[in-house]
Design a protein around this ligand. Structure first.
Ligand code: FE2
Ligand code: FE2
Length: 285
């Protein structure tokens, strides 16, 4: 959907103004007006997946050189700290590097595929080899990375833009972001980490409960990246062109990367975590 190179072009948006009408159209997404609402709807209603990199040619395997994996798809670099994989892997292959770092190779390869192939969906056979404890550790490390590193970084850019916007647009932008941050916290901290993951951990320890089932998570799982995309469009399209244009291009890069990452994260939860927990629920007495 996005072509980063297009962001470099210097369109004349000096006279652009946020169409201020209604402040919110729902309790979830703050909206600045009907024109923006329609634009967001037509832009995002048909495509949820942000595809930044081209699809790779062949599936990765245990024998693939680790360095080759990263040159094939540079987004895989961001997975290394979440798995605790250090640099300096030399010419080793994927399996050797995973073993050196006590990482489950099957899980690592499966997550690499989800990042690199939009159509990848692991089969039941592959899912059986996944260690749920390792998967939960990976998901928690990803949450921590988003909350401790990516969002604060975006906030730093945003604070400077809000300040430069002054009273006309600053408070609205600030309110939009605060609402979004609360939505992220509800999704990641207060639901997944305080309800869903403890439920799965209890299940893994043989403790069953009838008060909660994973299909509740399946039905309630929302896309937290969509609002982030909305925010990028406000920054690019509706703020006057002379307000910190370079900073707005920089923050847009960051938002695109984070949005894609959050999208892949949701896919991991939906295509690996949920089916495995369903199997656990069905096999335990
Ligand atoms: Fe999550
Ligand atoms: Fe999630």
């Amino acid at each position: 959907m996005y072509d980063k190179n297009l962001l470099q072009s210097n369109g004349d948006s000096k006279n652009c103004e946020i169409p201020i009408g209604r402040y919110f159209v729902s309790d979830r997404i703050p909206i600045f007006g009907d024109a923006l609402e329609m634009w967001i709807f037509t832009t995002f209603a048909t495509s949820k997946t942000v595809n930044i990199m081209p699809r790779k040619k062949k599936p990765f395997s245990k024998d693939t050189k680790f360095a080759e994996l990263l040159t094939d798809d540079r987004r895989l670099l961001q997975l290394l700290p979440r798995f605790g994989i250090g640099l300096g892997f030399g010419d080793r292959n994927v399996d050797q590097v995973c073993q050196m770092n006590q990482v489950n190779t099957d899980l690592f390869l499966m997550i690499c595929e989800i990042y690199s192939d939009n159509n990848y969906k692991p089969g039941q056979n592959e899912l059986q080899h996944i260690d749920m404890g390792d998967l939960l550790s990976y998901l928690k490390a990803s949450h921590q990375y988003y909350l401790d590193e990516r969002f604060p970084h975006i906030e730093e850019h945003l604070q400077r833009i809000i300040k430069a916007c002054g009273q006309k647009y600053g408070p609205m932008l600030s309110h939009f972001y605060d609402e979004y941050k609360q939505e992220v916290m509800r999704h990641i901290k207060y639901y997944e980490e305080e309800v869903v993951f403890p439920y799965i951990e209890a299940l893994l320890n043989g403790k069953r409960t009838d008060s909660y089932k994973i299909d509740e998570f399946e039905h309630n799982h929302t896309n937290i990246q969509d609002t982030l995309d909305d925010m990028m469009n406000i920054l690019l399209k509706y703020l006057p062109g002379d307000i910190l244009p370079k900073e707005r291009i920089e923050i847009s890069y960051d938002i695109m990367e984070l949005s894609d990452d959050l999208n892949r994260h949701s896919i991991i939860e939906e295509r690996i975590l949920i089916p495995n927990v369903e199997s656990l629920e069905n096999t335990q007495p």
